[in-house]
Design a protein around this ligand. Structure first.
Ligand SMILES: Nc1ncnc2c1ncn2[C@@H]1O[C@H](COP(=O)(O)OP(=O)(O)OP(=O)(O)O)[C@@H](O)[C@H]1O
Length: 400
């Protein structure tokens, strides 16, 4: 099959099918979503009424996933742990998109997998729609899994190359007793493909016959096949061409509105997260360091790590002067097998306060309106104990 239609992105990020590109070539049907915004347009969705209400679908409490480090061939013994997720508390509201960001290795994927119990948490709990899924076993666990699906970064490696699209889609339906007879199952498969913008003819093709964007559409259709409530999307567009990224993000948004889905979107690209998320959580070395609505996170970041991440994102309009505070992160991400004492960020923090930050681990505290931050410095500023001016020389400005 050919690639998806080429797109153009105008200055506001509005995606359009390029002139002459039909939906094409039969590959992407007319059901494909008309873009409203691209991933790099500098806009976010909070405040546009798309956010879920206060109805909580997922509660994560003190979640821990510690992987044992084993040594020895004959007598294997545990010599330490990778603290991949180390005490995360968060809630995801029904119908919202929660964006999770942070550097590679900070534990985003493990958190998503721990939430779905694709990896066993070593501590804490996950409550999904009032059911504590951390303790579920057997049939009840299987049933809860139907309601929580995952889509992956690399659709090619997550789709079995030996299975046709029909077989890929039917597998999950069958496992959950959702294939209810030949005719209705066939109609459902066609409906699923249409909902992700693929034609019926795709059913008998194999993953390698599709472009990257089309394969991601198949991954989305596979997740939708079992009628989930929550989808954890792990870097859903980072393996795709920029022109295709907006199409897939728009598709996810359209499906959310139509089907009432709730998303946890994991991404390292802050432009992607901003566009699609109602709220954003920033992770550093296994913990959340800040959480806020998408608009507030971009307008008023408080944690120095968040400020550093955001100052690395280019401004969408190159003609506008970038007046943001620039913070450059120094040093590497410490190993999650040997995290620093106290605040885990203190080894790279321009605002580190001696003894306090390297001994006392700050807790995530609500600083108003659901904006949560785990930082002694931010707390001191808010309490009026210090002003940001006192530490300004430590910050790296673009001209320095
Ligand atoms: N099965 C495992 N066994 C041991 N360590 C693991 C395992 N899975 C992940 N890790 C480690 O846990 C830490 C967090 O990994 P994770 O993949 O969750 O991070 P991430 O933020 O999603 O990074 P990326 O964006 O690169 O995927 C890393 O140090 C990783 O090497």
């Amino acid at each position: 099959m050919t690639d998806e239609p080429a797109t153009t992105t105008d200055v506001t990020g509005t995606e359009r099918a390029a002139t002459g590109a039909t939906p094409e070539d039969g590959d992407v049907t007319g059901a494909q979503v008309a873009g409203t915004a691209g991933p790099d347009d500098g806009t976010s969705r909070s405040g546009d009424g798309a956010a879920g209400g206060d109805d909580v679908l997922v509660t994560v409490e003190g979640l821990e996933v510690h992987f044992p480090i084993k040594r020895g061939i004959v007598l294997e013994r545990t010599v330490g742990y990778v603290y991949a997720v180390d005490g995360v508390d968060l809630t995801i509201r029904r119908g919202e998109t929660y964006g999770l960001v942070g550097e590679s290795g900070c534990g985003k994927t493990t958190l998503g997998r721990g939430l779905l119990r694709l990896v066993e948490p070593t501590g804490g709990r996950v409550v999904f729609d009032d059911i504590d899924v951390s303790t579920l076993k057997g049939e009840r666990l299987r049933k809860s899994r139907r309601r929580m699906q995952m889509i992956f970064q690399d659709p090619l490696s997550s789709l079995d190359p030996r299975q046709s699209v029909e077989s890929i889609l039917i597998e999950g339906m069958r496992a959950h007793g959702l294939d209810s007879g030949k005719e209705s199952t066939r109609a459902r498969l066609v409906e699923l493909l249409d909902s992700v913008g693929l034609p019926e003819s795709a059913l008998h093709k194999y993953p390698h016959e599709f472009s990257g964007g089309q394969r991601q559409r198949i991954g989305i259709a596979r997740a939708l096949a079992v009628e989930p409530d929550l989808i954890v999307a792990d870097e859903p567009v980072s393996a795709l061409d920029v022109s295709v990224q907006a199409q897939v993000l728009n598709l996810l948004e359209e499906l959310q509105q139509r089907l009432g889905l709730t998303y946890l979107v994991i991404a390292h690209d802050l432009a992607v997260v901003r566009h699609i998320s109602d709220r954003i959580g920033v992770m550093y070395l296994g913990s959340l360091v800040e959480e806020a609505s998408s608009d507030e996170m971009y307008a008023e970041p408080m944690h120095p790590y968040t400020k550093a991440l955001l100052s690395a994102v280019p401004v969408p309009d190159p003609t506008v002067e970038d007046e943001r505070e620039q913070i450059l992160l120094t040093g590497d991400l410490p190993s999650p097998a040997n995290p620093p004492t106290g605040c885990r960020f203190h080894t790279r923090c321009p605002w580190k306060q001696e003894t306090l930050c390297d001994t006392d681990r700050p807790q995530l505290r609500d600083v108003g309106g659901g904006h949560r931050v785990a930082c002694h410095y931010a707390e001191d500023i808010l309490a009026g104990r210090i002003t940001s001016h006192e530490v300004e020389p430590e910050l790296v400005h673009p001209d320095s």
